[in-house]
Design a protein around this ligand. Structure first.
Ligand code: CMP
Length: 140
């Protein structure tokens, strides 16, 4: 299996409840290496640009307001099959449907405050990583 990189965000509910290290431990225990990481507070415009793919969805405005409501931690995870592995480790978008042991089952509060975001495909991983990081900031 190929070594991949994928974007992960710890959402405002995770930073507010001081869960960043607990969530990173789940990634690292799954063999995902954190090769870049930064804490930032998105403006509403930055959140809207990041989630532009969801612009037509009924939850878009609430999602963007939520993502701009507090600090997030952006990181790049690297490993064999990292994109799918990260999605497995995160669990289902709605924590009510998330499997035991997944981050969203362990920590998420709701479908909106679901603690983490992860890229869903190779193309989006490239775009999403570039939204937050330059190549110089990726240190394998
Ligand atoms: P995320 O993986 O960050 O991608 C888009 C986000 O929209 C998703 O996680 C959810 O947190 C959020 N969201 C809010 N409401 C819904 C919904 N009804 N269906 C899907 N995603 C939703």
């Amino acid at each position: 299996m190929a070594v991949e990189q994928t974007l992960s965000l710890n959402k405002p509910d995770a930073t507010r409840r001081i869960l960043v290290c607990a969530i990173c431990q789940v990634f690292e225990a799954a063999g995902l290496r954190i090769v870049a990481q930064k804490r930032l507070h998105l403006t509403l415009e930055q959140a809207k640009a990041f989630y532009a793919v969801h612009a037509s969805r009924p939850f878009y405005n609430d999602l963007c307001s939520y993502m701009a409501s507090g600090p997030i931690v952006a990181m790049v995870l690297q490993g064999e099959g990292a994109i799918a592995k990260n999605r497995d480790v995160m669990g289902a978008t709605n924590p009510a449907n998330a499997a035991e042991g997944t981050i969203r089952k362990l920590f998420a509060e709701s479908i909106e405050a679901n603690s983490v975001h992860g890229s869903d495909a190779p193309e989006t991983a490239v775009q999403e990583i570039a939204y937050f990081f330059s190549g110089l900031e990726l240190v394998g």
